[in-house]
Design a protein around this ligand. Structure first.
Ligand code: ADP
Length: 711
């Protein structure tokens, strides 16, 4: 009894400590035995020996996953040999683990009973990478993906294990199934222990892939039949107390030994990719190894599994390469967008500046004034159109949208939007009205710039798609839920029910005829929806063809308390109606190499009454600073001699110029640049072209700060 017990305990120890999940099921899909890792890593439950005996997949995992596992189980049985499957399991927290499972059917007792041995290797990282690449291998529920099978030639043989079963127990199987035998036994008497022992031995010997157990001198204690064959020896017992070096050439054995020594020195689970040349063919083995205490001896044991991972390794490499090139493509796309936005926005800014310069001189020529005004509005339209295209392809503005810790005045947003559209409805039979409930707080926490974009887009559509009737914007505030409600309604052409869900998609225009009277890019509502999603809000539409449309927007916005109000800083947080009182002696320095852009800004600043000096390089800026006192500096980031950011750093390092307010300008502000400038003392950062009200706000802020300092 004791020797049977000893062998049983030893086999159980080997089996239970196999370093990746292993299960043994019978031909009907009933669980017979599983190792610790199967409970802990695969099922994510704690290990309870024998507790899975007689259970089926459907008792352990959700129904649809169980069905897939069962069908793979049957397929492996039908095909014979070792088969590979990819299987996924969803955990209660919603996360998926992805496993490569090697399944091998082993016939016992005259081919009547069959064990299916499965070993699982975690491939979650690769599957997630595949998903990132958009490879179409997941089904809708993320459950089953490419359920591919490849016959592993080198392992493809069916084991006739019946000779391993002692006669007495085999006789039992002749009468009843292995499962019912095991279920009936209590693992205390000799018979049941013997039966279980044989089951473990058959499984370990016929294991798909290679398994081995070594002592702390790295002498082999156990190997399975696969490894026996790979090493070219006769039977498992031939290796007892030998080391890998006795069977393998030194250049293969020594690196393996190094790995083994690492494992022995630690209690952790290790995985290694081990290249091995087998019959002149280069293969890659993936090995899992861990060390355990040897209860029969004082030392330790190393338990390892190695599976042929050659095809998988190739897959991993291909996918990693694809991810890398996707990242490179993404970077190339981002820098293309950055460059193009800079290259286009800068000359347009200049054009607008030049137009306003020409307009000033055209008071004597009314016929030209009309033309130049049209040119101006066309240029502005082009800039808006270009901005909206960029917004739809870049993510940069999402960062802007997320910055919500600023003060937002909803009345300002509505009033300035209405003012914007008033001229365009002068010749339409459309009236435009706004209603803001009295209890809408004056100051909410939100991103005024982004919310204004949302309002302008939706209101602009309502006007564009109406020939008559009333366009109305109604704003209310739900104090208990802290939600701002914006409703924009019109009595225009309306949208059919079938089309109403399409309109938030990119490039959707319901009237696609080239001569359509409704101009537009089909991007407005796509951007609106993107912004609203980022702000955590919702937008919905109710509409009837020919009757009109109502867009309802809900935005979560908290009321700003006094505490927050006093803390807020930055140049564009709120618009002020206060007029700017200018000391005409004060000078402003513009550092900008683009002549048109600097002329536009110079004109704008001069209109407020300041004196303006323009220089084109960082070096000239410092020369100008030596001989002049400036109220403020407008600094372009892309200068010819050095970066505007370096100029900023130099200024802030110098005690003489440290306090000088610096407004940074760029054709394209990236999140990193924005943060960098603010962190290094810039007063504000703007994308070109900077608008008149933004410039005015900067000066108002500077005045406010000055008067605070004086008081
Ligand atoms: P566009 O630049 O074409 O206006 P949007 O994304 O803003 O792009 O709108 C997409 C489409 O949705 C429009 O082309 C139009 O067909 C429809 N649409 C949007 N708002 C309205 C509205 N108020 N009334 C009728 N149709 C509208």
């Amino acid at each position: 009894m004791s020797s049977i017990n000893n062998k049983f305990d030893m086999l159980r120890l080997y089996f239970d400590s196999l370093p990746t999940p292993v299960s043994v099921l019978d031909e009907n899909g009933f669980y017979l035995y599983c190792n610790e890792a199967f409970y802990e890593s695969f099922l994510k439950t704690s290990y309870k020996p024998f507790s899975l005996l007689g259970k089926r997949n459907s008792d352990l995992i959700d129904e649809s996953t169980a069905k897939i596992f069962d069908s793979n189980h049957h397929l492996a049985q039908k095909l014979g040999g070792t088969q590979c499957f990819e299987e996924s399991i969803k955990h209660p927290n919603g996360e998926h683990d992805y496993w490569l499972s090697l399944k091998k059917p082993v016939l016992i007792y005259n081919g009547k009973n069959c064990l299916i041995i499965s070993v699982f290797i975690n491939i979650t990282q690769r599957k997630l990478n595949e998903k990132k690449l958009g490879l179409d291998i997941f089904d809708q529920n993320n459950q089953l993906f490419l359920n591919y099978i490849y016959a592993n030639q080198s392992l493809n043989y069916l084991d006739q294990g019946s000779k391993l079963i002692p006669k007495s127990i085999s006789d039992q199987f002749a009468q009843e199934s292995l499962l019912s035998c095991l279920k009936r036994f209590d693992f205390k008497d000799e018979k049941s222990i013997m039966l279980m022992r044989e089951l473990l031995e058959i499984t370990l010997l016929n294991f798909p892939g290679n398994i081995y157990v070594k002592d702390d001198e790295l002498r082999l204690k156990f190997i399975n039949l696969n490894l026996v064959r790979d090493l070219g020896i006769e039977k498992p017992s031939d290796i007892i107390n030998k080391t890998s070096e006795d069977f393998l050439p030194a250049d293969v054995a020594l690196p393996l030994k190094e790995d083994d020594l690492k494992v022995m020195a630690s209690n952790q689970l290790f995985s290694f990719e081990e290249p091995v040349t087998l019959n002149g063919e280069e293969r890659c083995y993936l090995s899992f190894k861990k060390s355990i205490n040897n209860p029969y001896d004082k030392g330790k044991l190393l338990v390892g599994i190695s599976v042929d991972y050659t095809i998988q390794k190739q897959l991993d490499t291909n996918i990693k390469q694809a991810i890398n090139s996707q990242n490179l493509n993404q970077k190339a796309k981002e820098s293309f967008i950055t460059n193009i936005s800079h290259d286009i926005r800068t000359p347009i800014t200049g054009m607008l500046g030049l137009i306003s310069e020409i307009k000033k001189e055209l008071t004597q020529h009314p016929e030209l004034e009309n033309k130049i005004t049209t040119l101006e509005s066309l240029t502005k339209e082009f800039l808006n159109f270009f901005n909206s295209i960029l917004e739809s392809v870049e993510n940069k503005d999402s960062v802007v949208a997320k910055k919500v810790n600023s003060i937002c005045n909803v009345r300002n947003i509505v009033n300035s939007s209405i003012a914007l559209f008033k001229p365009s409805i002068m010749y339409q039979e459309v009236s435009l009205n706004a209603l803001i409930a009295n209890d809408v707080p004056n100051h909410l926490i939100g991103n005024e710039k982004v919310i204004k974009r949302i309002v302008i887009n939706v209101l602009g559509n309502a006007i564009k798609f109406s020939h008559k009737g009333e366009v109305k914007i109604i704003v209310t505030y739900d104090k208990t839920k802290a939600y701002l409600n914006i409703i924009v309604s019109d009595q225009g052409i309306g949208i059919s029910e079938a089309d109403s869900h399409k309109i938030f998609e990119r490039f959707t225009k319901l009237d696609l005829s080239p001569n359509s009277q409704y101009k537009g890019s089909g991007l407005g509502l796509f951007i609106v929806k993107k912004y609203i999603d980022l702000l955590g809000g919702t937008i919905s539409v109710k509409s009837k063809l020919g009757k009109g449309s109502t867009f309802s927007i809900k935005l979560p916005m908290k009321e700003a308390d006094n505490n927050v109000l006093s803390k807020v800083s930055g140049a564009d947080e709120f618009q002020s109606e206060v007029d700017l009182i200018v000391n005409k002696e004060e000078k402003i320095l513009i550092v900008e190499d683009n002549k048109l852009a600097s002329l536009a800004l110079k004109n704008m600043i001069e209109m407020f009454g300041f004196q303006v000096l323009v220089v084109e390089t960082g070096k000239k800026a410092f020369e100008a600073l030596e001989t002049n006192d400036f109220k403020c500096l407008f600094l372009d980031i892309g200068l010819p001699d050095q970066s505007g950011m370096d100029v900023l750093l130099e200024l802030k390092k110098n005690v003489q110029y440290k306090a000088l307010p610096v407004v940074m300008l760029s054709g394209d502000i990236t999140k990193e640049n924005d943060l960098f400038c603010i962190k290094n003392g810039a007063t504000a950062v703007y994308t070109k072209p900077i608008q008149k009200d933004q410039v005015k706000n900067i000066f108002l802020k500077l005045e406010e700060k000055k008067s605070k300092n004086i008081n």
